[in-house]
Design a protein around this ligand. Sequence first.
Ligand SMILES: *Cc1c(COP(=O)(O)O)cnc(C)c1O
Ligand SMILES: [Zn+2]
Length: 397
Amino acid sequence: MNTPIALETDSLITNLKCPECGTLHNAAVINTVCINPACRSTLFAQYNLTTGINKSVLQGRPATMWRYKEFLPVTDDKNIVTLGEGFTPIIPLQNLNKFAGDNEVLWKDEAGNPTGSFKARGISAAVSKAKELGIEAIATPTAGNAGGALAAYAARADIKAIVYMPKQTPQVFKDECRLYGAQLLEVDGNISDCGKLINEHALLNNWFQVSTLKEPYRLEGKKTMGYEIAEQFNWQLPDVILYPTGGGTGLIGIWKAFDEMEQMGWIGSKRPRMVAVQSESCNGIVAAFNAGKQVSDFADGGFTIANGLRVPKPYADKQILNVLRESKGAALTISDTEMSHSLKEIARYEGMLIAPEGAALWQAFKKLKASQWIKNGEQVLMINTGSGYKYLENIDI
Ligand SMILES: *Cc1c(COP(=O)(O)O)cnc(C)c1O
Ligand SMILES: [Zn+2]
């Protein structure tokens, strides 16, 4: 009989650890944030990375994020809820390349994920683990894309989904939630207002919340972007990664993946400089980074076409700022006018209709190059986090 090799079938998760106070949490039960009342930090899943697992295990695996399943939290494959998310393409700049000088500039294009954004990765991991833990109703506040993803994956898993979304969000984000069968509440306010309201209602109704970084496994799903970047760049990371930062899950996740891969000897110690790009109207991380602060203030200047960036105070602000500083990175804001211009420019010259959040990165690249923060010859990766198709009602065409 062919005995399956444990490493090829099983998650290597050991426990969850608080990055602030070090408290360990049992990964076999439901977790939210650190149980230490003085802390309440986001938790980081830990894996047994000393088993000598070789990256050759990836050969022949499916082209989805689940090819890295040893480093994901689901312990029984039958609980994996997948719609084919991840393993998105790396696409070099083509006609706009003339503005890139001698920099090699590439997209990692997340637009092709189920429900049109990289939120699919985090939600696939979170819903799968929730299913494994027997959770029956999952709720989230959302700026748009997380709600659609949760609604779809919950439908797939036959779990109830509840989504609270700002009334101002484009109609298509609401329609998809309803089509996927989620219970949708349109809230007069921003994502923080949605968060406050859903906290009260979740407590009363026994809904499990997967709000950004208050649940440990969306981070693990988004982390797979880091594994993919390494694999797709042949285990040599780019010099700079530009990331449109809302709650910061992807930024923190990519960084976590790099750490894990270094521990396993899959990559060396060289790291990209990580750049957080925010909207001018919601600039808390940029302001805190530039002021040398540990945490961000609440910053909400109102509407932005990049709904994914309208997060007035990210829950994991401290971890985001840590990544930026450790990586010798940077942080800058882009206006709605610039994003809209950029979105149209990329559509017209690159044939890619990307989300305003992603479009902001192209403007950020040009600024960082002009100021010579990005140096000649450096390889730059921009994470286009979603498709532009859902945003068109706010784009002046
Ligand atoms: C949610 C979202 C973001 C922000 O992602 P975080 O990882 O939470 O910072 C950026 N772009 C799009 C399109 C999003 O939906
Ligand atoms: Zn703690």
